[in-house]
Design a protein. Structure first.
Length: 353
């Protein structure tokens, strides 16, 4: 049986000749747009050449450039572009000497600059001393401050930054764990707790989101009195007590922190300085140290409020140990945000499983 074409009523073998011209030309028309191996290679080579050109412009050593992956290259380029947008060469004052390693080593932490939308704009090179990650490795985590924070703290940090942005010049502080290298976590048992203290600054007037930056100093929260890699002796003083916690000596730096002279404290009881709500916590620490009942060094650690000479309250993190017939306390001054974070961790650790 012969099948005829519905268009011209000729036999089927002749049907192709009666199809519309557009339909017959469609396959040949699409051929120029087909991807070929040579075209794909050409595109890859072009992308690689562009990335190499961008990499060559980065202000880092040739050795560091060789180690950069494409992801790291793009992250660094974006960081530099955001910095150039906030600090355009034509509007910025003449640049002074760059922050060198020696100067950065004097800081108690690392410097951080954010854009108005919380994007990373600048991270000082000494971040590696605090987090165990270089600037490049940290940028691989993401391009916002929330990407380098560990845990569910994004909402609280967002509120703090929003408050600071609404009132330029107002200082805000938030405390959070920051991501660290695997080697750091293995050595220290976890991520680094960092206090971020900064404010939004308008770089020109009138202020706008594109000309406003959050400038901050990120200071590690010291985990022990021997944490020398991050600790600053400027915020620490020591005291020596009898077993009943009567002062028998205290370092002169207590005057800077609490306002008292050494002679005013010798012979006084430690409990006379404590906030009433913290007396039970201090007594538990006292018993653990005096009787040696604690499970380890953490048993001699407490976060307490003590009365300054000007009648204000100061937060201290107190490490206590027994030395024969005496108790020695190493005290570090805390910001309120640091104290709240450390107390919450203590409560979680003390809670039954």
């Amino acid at each position: 049986m012969t099948i005829f074409c519905s268009h011209c009523h000729r036999p089927l073998q002749a049907e192709m000749s009666c199809l519309p011209t557009r339909a017959k030309q469609a396959p040949s028309a699409s051929r120029p747009f087909r991807s070929t191996k040579s075209a794909s290679k050409a595109r890859r080579d072009q992308i690689n050449a562009e990335l190499q050109a961008l990499r060559s412009l980065l202000p880092i050593s040739a050795q560091e450039k060789e180690r950069l992956s494409y992801l790291h290259t793009m992250a660094l380029v974006c960081l530099r572009l955001r910095g150039a947008q906030l600090f355009p060469p034509g509007l910025a004052p003449p640049a002074g000497p760059a922050l060198g390693t020696e100067l950065l080593s004097l800081l108690p932490g690392f410097l951080l600059v954010l854009s108005a939308d919380s994007k990373l704009v600048y991270i000082s090179e000494n971040v590696a001393q605090v987090l165990g990650l270089s600037v490049v490795e940290l940028l691989a985590q993401g391009d916002t401050v929330f990407d380098i924070l560990h845990g569910r703290v994004g909402e609280d940090v967002h509120k703090k930054l929003l408050l600071a942005r609404e009132e330029p010049g107002r200082e805000v502080t938030f405390v959070s764990e920051m991501r660290t290298s695997k080697a750091f976590r293995l050595q220290h048992g976890g991520n680094r707790v960092v206090a971020v203290c900064g404010r939004f600054v308008a770089l020109c007037w009138p202020p706008s989101p594109s000309t406003t930056a959050f400038l901050a100093l990120c200071t590690p929260v010291v985990q022990s009195p021997t944490d020398g890699e991050a600790a600053s002796q400027d915020d620490i003083f020591q005291s020596m007590h009898l077993l009943d916690m009567t002062f028998i000596d205290v370092t002169e730096s207590v005057t800077y922190h609490l306002g008292y002279h050494r002679e005013e404290l010798v012979g006084q009881s430690w409990y006379s300085l404590l906030h009433p709500e913290d007396a039970d916590l201090a007594a538990a620490q006292h018993r653990a140290v005096a009787l040696g009942a604690g499970p380890g060094p953490a048993a001699g650690t407490a976060v307490l409020r003590v009365l300054r000479k000007d009648r204000a309250w100061s937060w201290l993190r107190v490490w206590a140990r027994r030395d024969g017939g005496c108790i020695t306390c190493t005290c570090r001054c805390l910001r309120e945000e640091e104290a709240a974070h450390l107390r919450s961790r203590q409560l979680r650790a003390a809670a039954p499983p």
